[in-house]
Design a protein around this ligand. Structure first.
Ligand SMILES: [Zn+2]
Length: 442
C-alpha cells in the first residue's frame, strides 16, 4: 500500500476500519454457515503498515457453549503466503482452516486441498485434492436461487435479517477491540434487547440543577452494552420547558428507533386540560411508552387529587406510571401508592428507586399487597434485591440507571448480589419487556 503503488482498490488506504470491515463480513458469513452464531466475541486489532489508516491485523475469539474458535487474520504477515509478496498488491493472503475434533483434524489448505489428519497424527488422508471457485457456475446458482425465491415468495438466503447478524459480528470486532472487552454478550438472540434501562433522564433539571446529556446516554449504551433506554425529561415546572424536553427525547427515539423510547413527565399540578393535552401528545403522537410522577420535584401525592389525574389518564391510554419514591417525604413514601394501586389495579405502577433504602420496608409491604406494583432497582441495596427476588419474584423488578454514570455500579450490583442467572435476566430486560413493550410490535 506504499505511496505510488498501483492498487486495485486505492480507497483502502483511507478507510478507518479496514480488514474486518472489508473482509470480515465474508469470513463471518462462512463462519456462521459452518458453526452458527457465537455467544461471545473478543477482538484485538492493530495496524502494521504505515501507509493505511485502518487495521490490517487482528485476532478474534468466538465463544460458544461447548467450543470456541478464532480467526487469526493479517494482511501484514510475510509467512505462509500463496506466492511472494512482490511490489504489486495482490490476493496473496489466502485463508486456511483447521478444525480439531475428537477423532481427528480437518484441514483446508490455501490451494483448496482438504485433508483429514488421524487422531494419532500419523496419517493424513486427502478428501479433495483441489477445490476451486467455479465463478460462472456460482453466479448461475445465485441468480437461480433469487429467481426461485421470488417465484415462491420465500426469503433469500442473503436476507437483510441474516446479513444483520453478520454485521453484528463485523462491528462487534471494533466494539470489543476499542473497549478491550467481550462484545455484546449474546449474539444469538439477535434483535432481543438484553439490557433495558427503564429509568434515565435527558435535559436540564430545573429542580436538582443537573444536566443529563445525549452524549452520556450514547456512551452508556456503548460502554455498558445497554440495548434500550426509556428516557424521561429532567424535572421541569413550566409546560414550555417540558414540551421542549419531550421533543428532544422524541427526536432521539426517531434517530435511534428500537433503542430509545420516551416517558412523559409534565407537572401534574398543571391545569388538567394542559396536562392531558401534553400527555396525549407524548403517548399518541410521539409514541412514548409511559408516564412519570415525580412526587418530590413536583410535590405530588400520588394518591391525592392531581396524582389520581395521572392514573386516570394512564388507564385510558393503557401505559404504565413510574413514581419517584425515597427522598421527598411525605410525598415520596412508597406506601402512598397503595390507595392508587388498589383503585387502579389494571394500571402497572413502577416504584422508582424502591424507596431508596430508607423506605425499602414500605416498598416490600406495598408490593406484597398490590400485584400491579413493580419497581426499578436504582439506589437500592443488593441484599434487598436478593430477598425480594425470593419473596416477590424477580419478574417485578427492573434495571435502571437514573444517572448515566450509575450504569456500571447498577450492573455490577445486579450481577454480584447473589441473584440466579434467570432472576438477573428478568431484572435486566424481561420485566421491562413485559411492563413497557408488550403492546409494541417490534
Ligand atoms: Zn430519576
Amino acid at each position: 500500500m506504499a505511496p505510488g503503488a498501483r492498487l486495485p482498490q486505492p480507497f483502502f488506504r483511507d478507510m478507518p476500519k479496514l480488514l474486518f470491515y472489508e473482509m470480515g463480513v465474508h469470513w463471518f458469513d462462512t463462519w456462521r454457515y459452518l458453526f452458527g452464531m457465537p455467544k461471545r466475541l473478543y477482538a484485538e486489532i492493530t495496524r502494521v503498515s504505515p501507509y493505511i489508516v485502518g487495521e490490517d491485523s487482528g485476532i478474534v475469539v468466538l465463544g460458544y457453549d461447548d467450543f470456541y474458535g478464532f480467526l487469526d487474520m493479517s494482511w501484514a504477515t510475510r509467512q505462509k503466503l500463496d506466492q511472494p509478496l512482490g511490489d504489486q498488491v495482490g490476493p496473496v493472503h489466502l485463508e486456511q482452516l483447521v478444525i480439531d475434533g475428537q477423532n481427528g483434524t480437518l484441514k483446508l489448505y490455501t490451494d483448496g486441498k482438504i485433508t483429514i489428519l488421524s487422531r494419532d497424527g500419523q496419517m493424513e488422508r486427502t478428501i479433495e485434492p483441489k477445490t476451486c471457485l467455479d465463478h460462472e457456475e456460482s453466479h448461475y446458482r445465485l441468480q437461480s436461487h433469487f429467481v426461485a425465491c421470488l417465484e415462491a415468495g420465500e426469503e433469500f438466503q442473503t436476507s437483510g435479517h441474516d446479513n444483520l447478524q453478520t454485521l453484528r459480528l463485523a462491528f462487534g470486532v471494533y466494539e470489543s477491540a476499542v473497549q478491550h472487552r467481550t462484545a455484546q454478550s449474546n449474539f444469538e438472540q439477535g434483535a432481543i434487547p438484553l439490557i433495558i434501562d427503564v429509568h434515565a433522564h435527558l435535559g436540564w433539571d430545573y429542580v436538582f440543577d443537573e444536566h443529563f446529556t445525549r452524549e452520556d446516554q450514547l456512551n452508556k449504551h456503548k460502554i455498558f452494552q445497554v440495548d434500550r433506554t426509556i428516557l424521561q425529561p429532567a424535572s421541569c415546572h413550566d409546560l414550555e420547558s417540558v414540551v421542549d424536553q419531550h421533543n428532544t427525547i422524541a427526536a432521539l427515539t426517531q434517530e435511534f428507533p428500537g433503542v430509545f423510547y420516551g416517558m412523559a413527565n409534565p407537572n401534574p399540578h398543571l391545569k388538567a386540560a394542559l396536562y392531558e393535552q401534553e400527555i396525549r401528545r407524548c403517548i399518541e403522537e410521539l409514541g412514548f411508552v409511559g408516564i412519570k410522577i415525580h412526587t418530590f420535584a413536583h410535590a405530588v401525592h400520588p394518591s391525592g387529587h392531581d396524582g389520581r389525574k395521572v392514573f386516570d389518564l394512564a388507564r385510558k391510554l393503557q401505559v404504565p406510571v413510574m413514581v419517584h419514591t425515597g427522598s421527598g417525604i411525605p410525598f415520596a413514601n412508597p406506601s402512598n401508592l397503595i390507595p392508587a394501586a388498589e383503585q387502579y389495579p389494571d394500571v402497572k405502577i413502577i416504584i422508582a428507586h424502591c424507596g431508596m433504602m430508607i423506605m425499602a420496608g414500605e416498598t416490600g409491604m406495598a408490593m406484597k399487597r398490590c400485584p400491579n406494583l413493580y419497581a426499578d432497582i436504582t439506589w437500592t441495596g443488593g441484599f434487598l434485591l436478593r430477598h425480594w427476588a425470593e419473596e416477590l419474584g424477580a419478574h417485578r423488578f427492573m434495571f435502571g440507571t437514573d444517572h448515566a454514570d450509575n450504569a456500571g455500579t447498577e450492573l455490577a450490583k445486579l450481577r454480584t448480589c447473589g441473584l440466579s442467572d434467570a432472576d438477573q435476566e428478568w431484572m435486566l430486560y424481561k420485566t421491562a419487556l413485559d411492563v413497557y413493550f408488550r403492546n409494541i410490535v417490534e
